[in-house]
Design a protein around this ligand. Sequence first.
Ligand code: F1P
Length: 355
Amino acid sequence: MTLQPGNRGSQGALTLQEITDQPAAWSATLARFEETASRVDGLFEDRPPDEVIFTGCGSSYYLSMTAASTFQRITGLRAKAAPASEILQFPESVFAKDAAHVLVAASRSGTTTETLRALKAATRRRIPTICLTCAARSPLARQADVALCSPAGAERSVVMTKSFSSLLLLGLLLAARRGDATAFRRELRRLPVLGRRVLKTALPLMREIGTTASRFVFLGAGPAHGIAWEAMLKMTEMAQRPAVAYHPLEFRHGPIALAGPGTVAVLFGTDAGAALEAALARDLRKHGAAVVLLRDHGAAHVEAELDVSLGTDLSDAARSVLYLPFAQTLAYWRAVGADLDPDRPQHLTSVVRLR
Ligand code: F1P
């Protein structure tokens, strides 16, 4: 794929490269998971958990949302996501008394303080731990009972793009494995090929939308909810634009006051909510927002400035991974449009370490 970095030559070149490298990283992640997957089975079978807690910070928390929602749907086991800081500050609100848990901690670096402390807190409670990381030799990988790694997801950029989708893929593969879900696993294996196709669409399309809008709203239900939060974070980190994330139907309950000219609302469509989401798109446009609708099939007409049909026949959960290149390139182009360098986000470091 020909890369078109921003106006100042190298502006955002690193981030853009990592965005476009994602399908290759997913292929490597799929292959590597198969080598280590059997190790998670013992951990679940020794003491079957009542609930699986997915955790992380920032992007790694948002991918945990999508992973937890999918894990529960695929395996039938109770699962939820909590930020690592909540485990430290309100452990009893996260871990129900007398319940057996498994903790799944996600971290690109494997060194984020809160995530490491959350893992240690779980270990002290004799909760078995799994980590999802790009850093196989990190403290998190060493301290977890089982480390599921995606070295191919590792990045040089501060903002997470390739690492997010690769760690999310590990979480979804874990769900497929524990749910013995052959069809879902088959869907996940299709992602690298589909991802290449999606990138070809997303890069030029999001450039058209992304360079001028002043406010962004990201809406996603079920597995797409974590994607909406990640889209909000990408826009905040790279482009420093006001951005919010909500469940689609929640948006009418107050936040719709934000919808107006200059607002772009991106709806990460689900099959499960298609009709309700179409009605919401209509209302958003009525209030003057520009609507970008991403969905799988565009058979039913929906009023939107941009209606992208992916045509993959994937389930909502597997397709959520393919929404990421749209969110990432939208933030990338908005940053470039504001003459910001996506490779150098203001005030951010790639790892947060607390003293
Ligand atoms: C998580 C994280 C990133 C965020 C920032 C600081 O890191 O919060 O999501 O973009 O750069 O770190 P990690 O635990 O996944 O390494």
